[in-house]
Write a protein that binds this ligand. Structure first.
Ligand SMILES: *[C@@H]1O[C@H](CO)[C@@H](O)[C@H](O)[C@H]1NC(C)=O
Ligand SMILES: *[C@@H]1O[C@H](CO)[C@@H](O)[C@H](O)[C@H]1NC(C)=O
Ligand SMILES: *[C@@H]1O[C@H](CO)[C@@H](O)[C@H](O)[C@H]1NC(C)=O
Ligand SMILES: *[C@@H]1O[C@H](CO)[C@@H](O)[C@H](O)[C@H]1NC(C)=O
Length: 397
């Protein structure tokens, strides 16, 4: 009974901590730690409804710690300040109630739990989070709020393909990669050349030593990164100017099933955001859920991998923007695309409760959607058309 009441009391407490976390990205790791710690204590309370006193004591100590850590949060912004004040009030109330429970005794013995181990593991997780934050440090504070408009730039090419600019270069070149298995990149001087009628005559053709598979390739800082056709999960780094292969790597676990079930030709989708290179794929082992991997584009080493909660079923494409995966879903027959799953690698516990974001009305499907972090817009390929989507963004806070 006591345990139940205590649980009841902790839920709003936790909710308010999580609410505050949205306002304090920089403290997400701490908040996550607090959350996990509470959940672990709570779980053990369920199992162990005896000797409640010890746990009440523990809650008391812990909330004291929370109080002192909260005092150190960045609360100079008005809205954050209110949020923290609200939180402090709730903690005080919780403490009063915990004090009351502390006076209620129950005298059975409790199951032994390796408390120190749990504590250590949680601290390690918090540290890991902190490291990730340092790694993904670019000034990335925006999230998608909506899709403002669409511009169909051209209709050329195969049903599947991709087109892009290089967000890591100052030049205005446009690259066209026609088809889902091909070995020729067309390079245009700029978007005007690309839009001309005889555009292919004006293009520089770059032939790859081995063809690509799917439409998930990406161009960054003068290199094309692509999934090599005929390989399970080999990613090639190709120098477009020198026309030779610079490096290659394997992406373990990838390549067995499509990244998005509605775009079966793409097994590995690559993406560039403010943080650099990412790979997106799905695995049977994760129930067909989407897995994202941060790759160092210079060394071609895997930096970190996340199993997301986003399904690849009914997905047609996805993109990364500001550490966050946005998955685009559609109907198998092709309808209006919508973003329905969002996964922020730095705030996975709190993955934003965003409303479904619809793409501007256009019946059909996308075989590729790539975010360009320099221009903050999407380059998409839909049924042979090359499309640009302009975005509404807002502060993550
Ligand atoms: C991110 O880290 C790099 C090097 O690791 C550093 O040069 C850069 O200034 C950092 N950026 C921010 C916004 O902290
Ligand atoms: C793209 O490939 C299709 C056939 O798959 C072809 O009809 C079309 O002309 C190609 N477009 C360009 C720009 O090469
Ligand atoms: C396209 O190129 C052909 C051959 O070079 C030329 O005869 C034709 O006039 C060009 N069309 C346009 C619209 O520029
Ligand atoms: C790529 O080509 C450049 C010059 O053409 C050469 O210096 C370099 O060694 C080549 N790299 C590889 C990996 O073949």
């Amino acid at each position: 009974m006591v345990v139940l009441q205590l649980r009841f009391l902790l839920v709003p407490f936790l909710t308010s901590i999580m609410g505050a976390a949205q306002y304090m990205m920089q403290d997400a790791a701490l908040m996550n730690y607090i959350d996990r710690r509470f959940l672990s204590l709570e779980k053990r309370l369920e199992k162990c409804n005896q000797d409640i006193l010890d746990y009440v004591e523990e809650f008391r100590d812990f909330s004291q710690m929370v109080l002192s850590r909260l005092a150190g949060l960045n609360n100079y912004k008005a809205e954050v300040k209110n949020e923290v004040e609200n939180l402090l009030t709730r903690i005080e109330r919780a403490q009063r109630d915990i004090d009351y429970f502390g006076s209620v005794t129950d005298s059975n013995t409790c199951i032994e739990v390796h408390e120190d181990l749990v504590k250590q593991q949680l601290f390690e997780e918090a540290e890991e989070k902190q490291k990730l934050k340092l790694m993904l440090n670019a000034s990335c504070d925006h999230m998608l709020a909506g899709i403002k408009s669409l511009k169909i730039v051209k209709k050329t090419g195969d049903k599947h393909g991709s087109w892009m600019k290089d967000p890591g270069k100052k030049h205005t070149k446009i690259y066209l990669l026609n088809g889902s298995v091909n070995n020729v990149i067309l390079e245009f001087a700029n978007i005007m050349t690309f839009m001309e009628d005889n555009h292919t005559l004006k293009a520089r053709r770059v032939t790859l030593p081995s063809p690509w598979e799917g439409t998930g390739h990406i161009i960054y800082q003068g290199f094309l990164f692509y999934h090599r056709y005929g390989s399970l999960n080999e990613i090639i780094k190709f120098n477009i100017q020198k026309r030779n292969i610079t490096d290659q790597m394997l992406l373990p676990g990838a390549g067995r099933i499509p990244a998005y079930q509605l775009s079966p030709s793409t097994k590995i989708d690559l993406a560039i955001d403010e943080q650099g290179l990412w790979a997106i794929h799905a695995e049977p082992d994760t129930g067909g859920n989407i897995v994202i991997t941060k790759i160092n584009h210079i060394t071609m080493a895997v930096e970190h991998t996340w199993d997301t909660s986003c399904s690849s079923k009914d997905a047609e494409a996805a993109f990364m923007a500001c550490n966050t995966l946005y998955v685009v879903y559609n109907f198998p027959s092709g309808g209006t695309s919508r973003i329905q799953c969002v996964y922020d690698v730095l705030d996975a516990v709190n993955t934003y409760e965003i409303p479904v974001l619809h793409f501007p009305k256009r019946q059909g499907s996308h075989s590729t959607i790539h975010y360009n972090p320099k221009e903050k817009q999407l380059f998409a390929w839909g049924d042979g058309s090359q499309i640009i989507y302009k975005l509404h963004t807002k502060q993550k806070v």
